[in-house]
Design a protein. Structure first.
Lengths: 215, 241
C-alpha cells in the first residue's frame, strides 16, 4: 500500500514549450545581472505594466555575497519579503521564476548623489556582461536569436540514452558577440540549461526551430 | 521462545527533495562563476508513504530471566491492588482461602529480532519504486527525472540514504523500536508476575476430604521454598505443625 501524504502540484510550466525571451522572464528563463558599480541600486520588478516588487541592492567592494538569486513569483506572492540585499562589487543577482505563467521584467537603477541612472531595463537590451539562462526540456532543435544584431544560434536538445551519465545541473555557456554566437551550435541533453553571455548589448529569444521547409 | 507476529505493518515515509531541471554552476570567461537556480518539478516536497506487512518475514526471540517469588496469602490481610483484584475476578481466582502462592518475578525480558528475511528489503524497494513511479507524471518528464536520479531500483536507497542492505537497515530500525517495546513488556510482566501466581497450595492443605463419619483432615504447610534447576521447578515445604 502506498499513498501521497501532502498536496503538491506539478510545475505545469514544464509541460509547455513556449519561446523564452530575456525581455519577459518566465519559468525556465533566468536573467543574471552583474553589478559592476559599488553603491545603492533600486530594483523594480514589473509584470506587464504592474509593479510587483521593489527592493534595494547595496553593492559593496568587499564583504558581501557574490550572488543572490530571486524568485520573482515568490516576490510577487509576498513569500519572499527581503526588501534589501547586499552584493559584492562584480557580484551577480539572478532573476528567476519558480512557478506559474507570469512573465516579468526587471529595471535596475544606480542611485548616487540624489540622481538615478538606469543600468538595466530587461524589456530592452541586456548590457554587456549580463547573462540569460534557459532550461530546455523537450527534445528537438531550437533557435536562439540575439534580436539586437539578428545573429542566431542553433541548440540541439536530445534525450539521454539509456545508461548514459546524465545530470540536469550541467549548464553550457555560449558567448554572444558582435559576430554571432560562439560556438555557433550547442548540443545539450533534455533538462539542461544554455547560458547566453552578452558580450555585446543583447536581447535574447529562444524558441523551437520551425520545421525544415517552413518559410 | 520464538515469537511471530500475526500482523506487523511497517510504514516508511519518504520525502522527495530538490527535484529540478537545469541548475548547476557555469564558469565565466572573465573569471568567477554563476549558480543557476534550477526549475523545480513540484510546488513542494512530496511525501510518499508506503506500508508493508512484514509479519511473515520477521521472527523474534523472547528471552526471560526470572525467579520464583513465594507469598503466603492471607485473605483480607495480604494487600491486592485494585487492578490486580479486577484481574483475579476476571480469571476466577479465589481470594477467600489462605494459600501459599508462587509467582514468577521477572528480572529481565528481552524481545530481540531473531531473523529478518532479506526479501523484506525487496518488498520495500518495490513498494517505494512503485510509489515514486506513480508520483511522477508519465511522459518525457518521467523519463528525464528517473534518468537524472538514477535507475528506479536505486531510487529508494537514494531517498532513504540506505548504504548497503535495506533489510539490515530495517533490522537496526526494529531493534531501536524494540528497545521501547522491551520496556513496555517489562512493566506488563512485572504487573502480571506479581498479580497472578503460577502455582498455589492451600494452607492448611486438605489431606482427606470430609466424609459422613469423619471430619476433614488438613495439615498446615510451613516454610515453603521454591528453587529452579536446569530441568524443573522444585517446591519444598514442611508439612504438619
Amino acid at each position: 500500500m502506498s499513498e501521497l501524504r501532502n498536496d503538491v502540484v506539478i510545475n505545469r510550466a514544464l509541460l509547455t514549450n513556449p519561446a523564452l525571451d530575456s525581455s519577459a522572464i518566465a519559468v525556465r528563463g533566468t536573467l543574471f545581472h552583474v553589478f559592476r558599480e559599488a553603491g545603492d541600486h533600486d530594483v523594480t520588478i514589473l509584470r506587464g505594466d504592474r509593479v510587483t516588487g521593489r527592493l534595494t541592492v547595496v553593492v559593496r567592494p568587499e564583504g558581501a555575497a557574490s550572488q543572490v538569486n530571486l524568485d520573482l513569483a515568490r516576490l510577487e506572492a509576498g513569500t519572499d519579503r527581503a526588501a534589501s540585499h547586499t552584493i559584492r562589487e562584480g557580484g551577480v543577482m539572478g532573476f528567476a521564476v519558480g512557478l506559474g505563467i507570469g512573465r516579468y521584467a526587471v529595471v535596475i537603477s544606480h542611485t548616487a548623489g540624489g540622481g538615478s541612472r538606469t543600468v538595466l531595463d530587461s524589456r530592452g537590451q541586456l548590457p554587456v556582461g549580463d547573462l540569460f539562462a534557459v532550461t530546455l526540456i523537450a527534445p528537438g532543435t531550437y533557435r536562439a536569436t540575439n534580436l539586437a544584431n539578428q545573429t542566431q544560434l542553433q541548440v540541439v536538445v536530445r534525450t539521454p540514452r539509456r545508461g548514459e551519465p546524465y545530470s540536469p545541473a550541467r549548464p553550457t555557456l555560449v558567448r554572444a558577440g558582435d559576430d554571432g554566437f560562439d560556438p555557433a551550435t550547442a548540443h545539450i541533453l533534455a533538462g539542461q540549461s544554455i547560458v547566453l553571455l552578452a558580450e555585446t548589448p543583447a536581447r535574447f529569444l529562444v524558441e523551437p526551430a520551425p520545421p525544415p521547409g517552413t518559410p | 521462545m520464538d515469537a511471530r507476529w500475526d500482523k506487523l505493518d511497517v510504514t516508511l515515509g519518504v520525502t522527495l527533495h530538490e527535484m529540478s531541471f537545469g541548475g548547476g554552476v557555469v564558469d565565466l570567461p572573465v573569471g568567477g562563476s554563476v549558480s543557476l537556480p534550477g526549475v523545480t518539478v513540484f510546488s513542494g516536497d512530496p511525501l510518499v508513504g508506503v506500508t508493508v506487512d512484514v509479519a511473515p518475514f520477521v521472527k523474534h526471540e523472547l528471552s526471560l530471566v526470572a525467579s520464583p517469588l513465594i507469598q503466603h496469602f492471607e485473605p483480607g490481610t495480604t494487600p491486592i491492588g485494585p487492578h490486580c483484584q479486577q484481574l483475579h475476578t476476571a480469571l476466577g481466582i479465589d481470594d477467600t482461602r489462605r494459600q501459599w502462592r508462587v509467582f514468577c518475578d521477572p528480572q529481565t525480558i528481552d524481545f530481540d529480532l531473531f531473523d529478518f528475511a532479506d526479501t523484506v528489503g525487496d518488498l520495500f524497494e518495490q513498494a517505494l519504486t512503485e510509489a515514486v513511479d506513480r508520483l511522477l507524471p508519465h511522459g518525457l518528464l518521467h523519463d528525464l527525472i528517473l534518468a537524472a536520479i538514477g535507475s528506479v531500483a536505486d531510487r529508494p536507497r537514494t531517498l532513504l540514504d540506505i548504504p548497503d542492505d535495506i533489510s539490515e537497515w530495517l533490522s537496526d530500525l526494529f531493534n531501536v523500536s524494540l528497545g521501547v517495546f522491551n520496556l513496555i513488556l517489562q512493566f506488563v510482566a512485572d504487573f502480571f508476575g506479581k498479580c497472578v501466581s503460577f502455582f498455589q497450595l492451600d494452607d492448611p492443605y486438605p489431606m482427606f476430604p470430609k466424609t459422613e463419619d469423619l471430619a476433614a483432615v488438613t495439615v498446615p504447610i510451613q516454610h515453603l521454598t521454591a528453587t529452579v534447576n536446569d530441568v524443573e521447578l522444585v517446591v519444598t515445604a514442611d508439612i504438619g505443625a
